[in-house]
Design a protein around this ligand. Structure first.
Ligand SMILES: NC(=O)c1ccc[n+]([C@@H]2O[C@H](COP(=O)([O-])OP(=O)(O)OC[C@H]3O[C@@H](n4cnc5c(N)ncnc54)[C@H](OP(=O)(O)O)[C@@H]3O)[C@@H](O)[C@H]2O)c1
Length: 340
């Protein structure tokens, strides 16, 4: 006997990947239903070798369904997640709505799988922000060995992190550069994204940081260790899929770069590609469609007693969202629901 699984937001960037990954990892399903807004009623989406017709989330009855993977944004989540949870269907949510609620676990399965047992308080589990997910996968094994004191991270985030409209905006603006008769003013982003970089993701906060930067701080503390100090600069770049991060880490203890490389090679979810030669590192284009978080450019930071630098790249629609959600579903199945 397998699970009855709901995918809400099935027409979106993350929802489509959720369906792909459930099929690729042969998640034990008895039945899968694809939901989206009424606008998409009947839209066909792919699940393995099957085609599903999208149903309307607004009229869907969650009773009798085991899990619902949500990727519909915070506003719609606020309306529908409590309904699903009350019907006994465990929600695994990709929006930021519940991430900071102390009664809701925020999980990256490679880092804090034990948190899954906290799901029962509200029948909801939160999935982290895409930039945080890949970063904590890289930080966890190093923290276990040498205890991290402080992290300085700069992100290079792809436009797919802003949904399908973000991808369309980069595509349309890029075409308009070659065909200047059409003008594509910024809509999803605050300035033109084609051939540009924008040091601004999500809203500004009073201290001059952005909400995206704040999320990386708050989520790292909740998932990994509240004693870690972190400062982030989050930047949108004209890449379709794949987030990159330059990460500087200060440890309590000395950690040699070769030992760090060996630790990361053995760590779950990580692929180290780190040759000190032309092309001996990973770029976002090469990580698209992959499950791993890739680490390159591991090197000592000679300006600190106990410092390391590294480059971390992953498919934001996968480890940053859909893959992590499916891994949580697998964990919930294995540890709690025990069907299949
Ligand atoms: N992209 C990433 O890297 C990433 C990473 C982590 C988390 N997330 C989060 O995942 C969520 C989805 O992101 P996305 O990139 O997949 O966005 P997207 O490509 O814009 O897709 C949004 C999906 O939500 C559905 N939806 C929106 N409002 C709805 C409503 N009122 N009722 C029912 N369905 C509704 C849309 O259905 P229609 O097609 O019918 O409009 C579509 O299926 C967001 O909360 C986002 O913050 C994204």
């Amino acid at each position: 006997m397998g699970y009855r699984v709901v995918v809400a937001g099935a027409t979106g960037n993350v929802g489509r990947e959720m369906l792909n990954i459930l099929a690729e990892r042969q998640f034990p399903v008895d039945e899968v239903v694809a939901l989206a807004s009424r606008r998409s009623l009947g839209t066909e989406v792919t699940f393995g070798d099957k085609t599903l017709k999208t149903q309307d989330l607004d009229t869907f009855d969650f009773a009798g369904w085991d899990m619902a993977l949500f990727a519909i944004g915070s506003d719609a989540t606020k309306q529908y997640a409590p309904k699903a949870a009350a019907a006994g269907c465990v929600v695994i949510d990709n929006s930021s709505l519940y991430r900071y609620d102390p009664e809701i676990p925020l999980i990256v399965p490679e880092v804090n799988p034990e948190a899954v047992h906290g799901y029962a308080q509200k029948n909801i589990i939160a999935n982290p922000n895409c930039s945080t997910a890949q970063m904590v996968v890289a930080l966890k094994p190093l923290h276990d060995r040498a205890k991290i004191k402080r992290v300085v991270v700069s992100t290079y985030q792809s436009v797919s992190g802003a949904g399908k409209e973000g991808m369309d905006e980069l595509w349309d603006q890029t075409k308009a550069v070659y065909n200047p008769t059409s003008d594509v003013p910024p809509k999803k982003f605050t300035k033109e994204i084609a051939f540009n970089v924008i040091p601004h993701i999500d809203v500004f906060l009073d201290d001059g940081s952005t909400k995206e930067e704040w999320k990386m701080v708050a989520e790292t503390k909740k998932i990994l260790d509240k004693s870690i100090k972190l400062t982030a600069t989050c930047v949108r770049v004209p890449v379709f899929v794949g987030h990159s991060e330059a990460i500087n880490i200060e440890f309590e203890e000395f950690l040699d770069e070769d030992e760090a490389r060996d630790i990361l090679r053995e760590a779950p979810g990580i692929m180290v590609i780190d040759k000190r030669e032309n092309g001996g590192y990973v770029t976002p284009k090469e990580c698209v469609g992959d499950f791993a978080t890739f680490i390159s450019r591991i090197r000592q930071d000679s300006t600190l007693d106990n410092g390391l630098n590294l480059w971390c790249v992953s498919d934001n629609l996968r480890k940053g969202a859909a893959l992590n959600a499916v891994q949580i579903a697998e964990l919930l199945g294995r540890e709690v629901l025990k069907k299949g």
